[in-house]
Design a protein around this ligand. Structure first.
Ligand SMILES: [Zn+2]
Length: 259
């Protein structure tokens, strides 16, 4: 299937595969399919958040989540994967960005989970941003040893001794604890830690938390091995303002009835 309207919403911190490839999970939205997860992708692919891309996708037989796709031929043509993606546009205006994500929100992450969706957007009330020890720090995978991965210089999650986290409440939060507490996997956070280790805490300011003039939305996804456990793939920030309803409802999943 050719997708020609995939809006990139976020990329997660790279992860090594056992075969030595370093991969990035990408999340986005398409008018045709609703929310889309593309995995694996390469760290050196030059697409950015809000780019609109054209890419041929196929089902990933090893991932049953309905939002999960892979780039056609991603394993055999790994080296030339970037050639399979064409950037065809960009969601440039702040209003278009706000209207797009504002019309794709759910009242709570629990609703997304209950509907057995694996991706979604919520508009959070932030209670706390903080760092916690990364339980996987420095641990070696069975084969993907540090230094043997194909892209030297690309830090993966286990290279960071800490993990950034957000505690928040959704507009109609049904979480048992009254709030969610999730790890932020947005790659940009981790690139900041690499470039500015002395200014780690500034990452929250960079993401524009706590500003009157900015609305924060969280693009969340569940984890392959823990389907009811969600992480933050991307902190979406747009100038504060009203969300205009769309002419036609936006599709969140492939089967949504959209006229
Ligand atoms: Zn909630």
């Amino acid at each position: 299937m050719i997708l020609d309207d995939l809006v990139i919403l976020g990329r997660a911190c790279p992860e090594p595969l056992k075969d030595g490839r370093v991969t990035v999970c990408l999340g986005g939205w398409s008018d045709k399919l609703g929310f889309v997860r593309l995995y694996p992708t390469r760290p050196d692919m030059r697409w950015r958040r809000w780019d609109v891309v054209r890419v041929e996708v196929e089902r990933n037989p090893r991932d049953t989540r309905e939002e999960s796709w892979k780039i056609a031929g991603s394993k055999d043509e790994w080296e030339t994967l970037a050639d399979k993606v064409e950037i065809v546009g960009r969601v440039d205006s702040p209003e278009r960005r706000r209207n797009l994500i504002g019309n794709l929100t759910d009242p709570c992450v629990s609703v997304i989970n209950n509907e057995r969706r694996s991706l979604g957007i919520v508009k959070p009330q932030i209670l706390k941003t903080y760092f916690r020890d990364n339980p996987h720090y420095g641990k070696m995978w069975q084969l993907g040893l540090p230094g043997l991965t194909e892209l030297d210089g690309v830090e993966v999650k286990r290279d960071f001794p800490f993990e950034p986290r957000i505690r928040y409440r959704c507009p109609d939060c049904q979480a048992a604890a009254g709030y969610h507490d999730q790890q932020v996997l947005e790659w940009g956070f981790y690139r900041w830690f690499v470039r500015h280790p002395e200014a780690r805490d500034q990452v929250w300011e960079n993401a524009q938390f706590g500003r009157e003039d900015t609305d924060i939305y969280l693009f969340v996804g569940n984890q392959f091995a823990h389907r009811s456990s969600f992480i933050v793939i991307s902190v979406l920030r747009v100038p504060a303002g009203p969300v205009r309803p769309p002419l036609l409802p936006l599709r969140k999943r492939r089967d949504d009835p959209v006229p």
